[in-house]
Design a protein. Structure first.
Length: 635
């Protein structure tokens, strides 16, 4: 009996202890809180982790479905909850620590559903609308008398239902909706594009704020400490949120080269990522964040028109002081130097130079197929046929249009030479697109498509490269990042591993893609951290370390090639000669609008949805319209 009583009081004591400790509840509302690589991530999560550090507690964060999470947090003492809507229902149940962001509910449909065109919110009532149970969207639509709501516990379930036509619309915040697609893609073999969905030109008038909050039963000591921690973090300027699209395989570790340097200087690094699209998806969601006035402190972009599009919005930090003090002009090739400026001011920092016009080859596949390594297009097609007959895939390619664009621009350079490439893909000269040279290019592009496999849909570039490394395919047309993948997989350069060869006829030409980071204007307390990161990215040792991991070469010209492999050495030699041609496919040459139109057109050809003649006419018409607009603008 005595043992039972002691056990009872011991359990009671442990229960009181448990109630005295702080617990943390969240739910998946990307990009603020979400599961990523089997851990809870997102801006709000990282902010809460910082608060917990200041409270000197290692409390685990527990994720629940939204409605259940709010219920648990409202009834459990000493519970921190985020991100939670500050609405009339929740107002009296919680202590409100600090705001995360504001949201507005919009409606989204599939782009392919053309007969769904409601002109008012009232007309939306006739459609099946997906909502998350317990969300602000559900609450607000019910308040407005909507009865056709289809509830789920997680937002990605709605994405699946919308894609499979089981609902007509989704009601959600625009940024959250975009990240639900990203979350879905990371866990599915069936990849969705942001362009497959469209926002209706109407939304609910009301908006709401998301907060970090604590339950009403929370110890006042915790409330005081949490309030102080939130305020201190907000004032510190020591958080730097960095947007990038390095999410595949070994690329995930690239950002650590910068992160480690920044953390050594006392900064807290928060990743903001969006998968796929060669940066196109990221650009779209960053535009949404700009509307919310919550754009990250640093954003990955491309040098040239892409970075200038941001600069023209007047949102980028001037880096003249940093660039001048570190003498960037003498360190960078002219093209790279010019591509990080707007109106004579430095507005971005270059990360690297990546050569696009490569073929990556598995010599063993050629050997098993009794095929010779190609040096000309004639020998390429002979080898491709032999490889196909031997049961291998001659050309591994991914299922995204930018993969096809990589091959296409290399062919334009190969068939027409540097001058023709400039006329077509930099100047958009209509005569170049109507020429016999372009006809030959498009015919060759279509012919190569016949040596790819049928299973490329939804395949990313990494899987295409892996087909070569595993001996399933012979050749992959892609940029230097494939070099980085092979090195990360410890695949040796040479006859027992992989080889790199320039696309035929481009041996002495460097079709260059240069990643860059720009720094949106933020609070004055953040400027020092932004300039610190700009300095780190251009640091000589950091440029070398980053490029060695990426498979690319440094943007700086004063770095030795001693540590680089034969592929990179060839690129470094060409870069020092100044043989750089800006990549059209990677936004180094022309604005995104005309780029997207061209890539869509050639993708239709590659996938046998248009003929060479139709495609050439479409491209010619595009170039003609582009020149007309440019002429009108200049006048």
């Amino acid at each position: 009996m005595r043992i039972v009583i002691v056990s009872f009081f011991l359990l009671l004591f442990q229960s009181v202890q448990a109630n005295d400790s702080l617990s943390v509840v969240t739910y998946n509302i990307p990009p603020y809180s979400m599961k990523l690589d089997n851990r809870q991530a997102g801006y709000a999560t990282e902010f809460v982790n910082l608060m917990l550090e200041k409270l000197n507690t290692n409390t685990d964060i527990t994720s629940y479905p939204l409605k259940r999470g709010v219920f648990i947090a409202s009834r459990k003492p000493n519970t921190l909850v985020y991100p939670i809507s500050r609405n009339s229902d929740n107002e009296r149940k919680f202590h409100w620590i600090g705001k995360i962001t504001s949201q507005k509910i919009s409606f989204f449909k599939k782009s392919s559903v053309t007969n769904l065109r409601p002109e008012s919110v009232d007309e939306v009532r006739t459609y099946d609308i997906g909502v998350v149970r317990g969300s602000y969207a559900e609450r607000e639509l019910k308040r407005l008398g909507f009865s056709n709501l289809k509830e789920v516990t997680e937002g990605t379930q709605n994405i699946l239902k919308l894609d499979s036509n089981r609902i007509d619309l989704i009601a959600a915040d625009e940024l959250v909706f975009s990240h639900l697609i990203d979350t879905y893609n990371r866990s599915s073999n069936h990849k969705l594009s942001l362009n497959q969905f469209v926002k209706l030109p109407l939304s609910l008038d009301s908006s709401h704020d998301l907060y970090i909050a604590a339950s009403k039963g929370t110890d006042p000591k915790y409330i005081h400490e949490l309030d102080d921690a939130y305020d201190e973090i907000q004032r510190s300027g020591k958080i730097i949120e960095v947007a990038h699209w390095w999410t595949f395989g070994s690329e995930k570790e690239l950002i650590n080269v910068y992160r480690n340097e920044m953390e050594a200087k006392g900064y807290t690094w928060i990743d903001y990522t969006f998968e796929g699209g060669a940066g196109g998806n990221m650009t779209q969601v960053l535009r949404s964040r700009l509307k919310l006035n919550r754009i990250p402190h640093a954003i990955q972009t491309y040098g040239g028109p892409a970075v200038r599009e941001w600069a023209q919005k007047g949102v980028l930090l001037n880096l003249d002081q940093v660039a001048t003090s570190e003498n960037w002009q003498s360190l960078l090739p002219k093209m790279i130097h010019d591509n990080i400026q707007h109106d004579g001011h430095y507005v971005a920092v270059p990360v690297n130079m990546q050569r696009v016009n490569w073929m990556w080859l598995n010599p063993k596949v050629f050997e098993k197929s009794n095929a010779s390594l190609p040096t000309t297009w004639e020998t390429f097609f002979v080898a491709a046929e032999q490889i196909k007959q031997a049961g291998f895939v001659p050309v591994a390619i991914g299922g995204y249009s930018w993969h096809e664009g990589t091959l296409f621009e290399s062919l334009v350079l190969s068939v027409g030479g540097a001058d023709f490439y400039r006329s077509a893909l930099i100047e958009m000269d209509p005569d170049a697109f109507s020429s016999s040279t372009m006809t030959e290019t498009l015919e060759m592009f279509l012919k190569i498509s016949q040596y790819t496999d049928r299973n490329k849909q939804d395949r990313d570039w990494l899987e295409a490269a892996r087909m070569v490394s595993k001996g399933e395919a012979a050749i992959n047309f892609m940029g230097d990042w494939v070099n980085g993948f092979f090195m990360a997989e410890n695949i040796p350069y040479g006859e027992n591993g992989f080889l790199c060869k320039p696309v035929p006829n481009t041996e002495n030409l460097f079709l260059v893609n240069s990643d860059a980071f720009a720094f949106p204007k933020a609070s004055s307390i953040n400027i020092e951290g932004q300039k610190q990161l700009a300095n780190i990215i251009m640091n000589k040792d950091v440029q070398e370390a980053f490029s060695l991991r990426k498979g690319a070469i440094p943007a700086r010209l004063d770095i030795s090639d001693q540590k680089f492999n034969p592929c990179a050495k060839k690129s470094m030699a060409l870069a020092k000669q100044g043989s750089l041609i800006p990549s059209f496919n990677f936004h180094q040459a022309l604005p995104s609008e005309i780029h997207g139109q061209v890539i869509d057109a050639i993708s239709q050809l590659f996938n046998n949805k248009k003929s060479v003649e139709e495609t050439q006419d479409i491209l010619y018409q595009m170039a003609t319209r582009y020149h007309s607009v440019q002429k009108f603008t200049s006048e």
